[in-house]
Structures are given as C-alpha cells and as structure tokens.
Design a protein around this ligand. Sequence first.
Ligand SMILES: Cc1cc2nc3c(=O)[nH]c(=O)nc-3n(C[C@H](O)[C@H](O)[C@H](O)COP(=O)(O)OP(=O)(O)OC[C@H]3O[C@@H](n4cnc5c(N)ncnc54)[C@H](O)[C@@H]3O)c2cc1C
Length: 333
Amino acid sequence: MTQEAKNIWVLVDHRGGKVANVTLEALGLARKLADASSQEVWAVLLADDAGSVDTERLIACGADVVLVAEHPKLDAYRDDPYTDVVTHLVKSYEPAAFIIGATSSGKSLAPRLAARLRTGLASECVDLEWDGEKGLVAVRPMYGGNVLATVETPEARPQLATLRMKSAPRPEPDTSRTGRVEKADLSGLEITDRVKLLEAVETGGGEVKLEEADIVVSGGRGVGKPENFALIKALADACRGAMGASRAAVDAGWVPYAHQVGQTGKTVSPKVYIACGISGAIQHLAGMKSSDIIVAINKNPDAPIFKVATYGIVGDLFEIVPLLTEEIKKETA
Ligand SMILES: Cc1cc2nc3c(=O)[nH]c(=O)nc-3n(C[C@H](O)[C@H](O)[C@H](O)COP(=O)(O)OP(=O)(O)OC[C@H]3O[C@@H](n4cnc5c(N)ncnc54)[C@H](O)[C@@H]3O)c2cc1C
C-alpha cells in the first residue's frame, strides 16, 4: 500500500469507558505531526458500545475525527476481532501513519497488523517526527536503552508505530476544538473470534498503575523474602506510587510478574524511581533508565545501579526504607 500522506491515526485504548493515558499522549503527539504536515488526526475507537467513551474528550485532546467501529465482538480486546476490524478500516480509509499505545494489547495488535498489511513496525517508540518526504520518523531505544535508533519506513503505508507510555506530554484538553464522529461500516465483514474471554480479573485493583505512576518503588533480590516486600509496598503507598520489582524477585515468586520492570517486564518512566536491593543489571535498566530521578539503595557501593542513580544511598535497605517511609509519611500527613 503506497500513497500520499492523508491522515494520522491513533488507536483508542480503553477499558470500562476510561481511555488510557498513552492514547491521549499519542493524540497530542499526532496533533503536532499533523499540524506540521497539513493532515488530520483520527482517533480510531473499537467497541461493542462506543457510547461509554467520551468522544468529545478525544477531540479536545487533538482528534479531528473519531472513527467509531462498533460490533458485539469488540466488547473487550481480543487479537482476532481487533486485527480483522482494524485491517478492514486501514484498507478502507488508507491512513498515512498509525500510532498505537505500547500497552499489552497494543503490543499484541501492532505486529499482527504489520503482517496483515505487509508494512513495517517501529515498536516502543519514545518520539515521533514527521518528514515531508519520508513521512513518519520514529525514535526508539535499542540495546537495552543504550542507543536511540531513528527508524524510517519511507515506502510502506501505513507507517506503523507503537508509542511508549509517558513518552509525550498529555495534552491539555481544548474544549473549543471541533471535530466529527464517523461510523465505520462493518457490514459484511467476517470477524474471526477464536478466543473466548471467560473472566477478566483486575490485578492490584484500586492501586496506582505501575506504568502510569509518578513514583515507583522497586525491590530486588536484596529484599530477601516475599514478606519483606511489605516494606517496599509501604514506601510506595506513602509516596502514593506503585510497587515494582526486578526479575530476580519475580522469578523467586516473591511478587507477581505484573510488577516486573525491565526488558522482559514493564517499561516505566516515572518522575522518581527508587530501586531497593537491585544491582542494576542492563535488563533491569532497560525498563527504568528514562526515569527523571533515580534513587538507589544498595549495600554494595560498587553496584552498577549507582552508575545511573541521581542519588545513591549505600546501606542496608532494612534500615533505610522504613526511615524513608516514616519521613515521607510525616511530610505528607
Ligand atoms: C533475556 C533476559 C531478560 C531479563 N529481563 C529482566 C527484566 O525484565 N527485569 C529485570 O529486573 N531483570 C531481567 N533480567 C535479569 C537480570 O539480568 C538480573 O539477573 C536481575 O535484574 C537481577 O535482579 P536483582 O538486581 O534484584 O538481583 P541481584 O543482581 O542479585 O542484586 C541484588 C542486589 O541487592 C543488594 N542487596 C542485598 N541485600 C541488601 C540489603 N539488605 N540492603 C541493600 N541492598 C542489598 C546487593 O548488593 C545486590 O546489588 C533478564 C535477564 C535476561 C538474560
């Protein structure tokens, strides 16, 4: 599929009527690219009942058009129906570029789409630019975050990218913006649905989401045993943040995988990341290196985590973490 630039799409990631922050961040970024290239921003909303999502807010955050695809099989994210419907929409409307949030569903959908549409994919991008000739230019970390690669796909369309959470600022909604809501025609489309969703279980209900938290407190092997993670959780709660963990702690069964930060876990980019009893292996750094401030607590002064830390505390986490928690509680009382 090759064509002239037309418009930039953003997939709306939503659950229970709530739109994911990364969608809003992607809309803000897409708006910037579209303004620079006289294109429109389209928010693409798949749902069984789109009425639960505030389309006005999507427009206020940068969309010119909200393209709504409604079907009973789009009640919750599943690979088959989403891939079928999005492929159909892309073929019908031929966008120039398509940005998808690097959420777990986005990371599952994007490569499927790329294969179906025979186009490229720049995954886990931290920035996107627009070039008059090449179109979308994507910036993504490689080699565990040690280099930033610029990815160009000048031939294939649509140019597909997944955007990491918190890579772009969330736009201030501008309620004076106007846009239109367009209904996609799915009549006659055969939608596969091989997976039956039996139950959706929220993990850590009511807690701050790891990827969206402004403060993340993580524990590693140095925490020693599962019960000791209560200390890490107490500090995270005192900071109104989220709890993370290294893979060593997850592999030992001390905390669920949902908390793992790193190359094979989640990527976080909070304002403050506090690493407790974590050595700073490259695979861990890959998931938290872009945090604004990194505080490392480790009893080994030569631990590699201190090389990336803004503030390093050499000492025993079992003394330092409770002290920090108490001080923060006093400050925020
Ligand atoms: C393909 C691949 C993917 C991987 N993906 C990930 C990933 O996503 N995330 C991840 O984290 N790792 C990942 N790893 C594993 C990674 O290489 C490390 O093994 C892991 O990060 C180590 O975890 P850790 O820092 O908790 O443990 P360790 O390296 O054992 O470090 C423990 C640290 O705790 C300190 N300590 C001990 N006791 C105390 C105390 N009382 N007070 C203060 N400090 C103390 C020690 O000095 C030490 O520095 C991956 C590895 C591979 C090969």
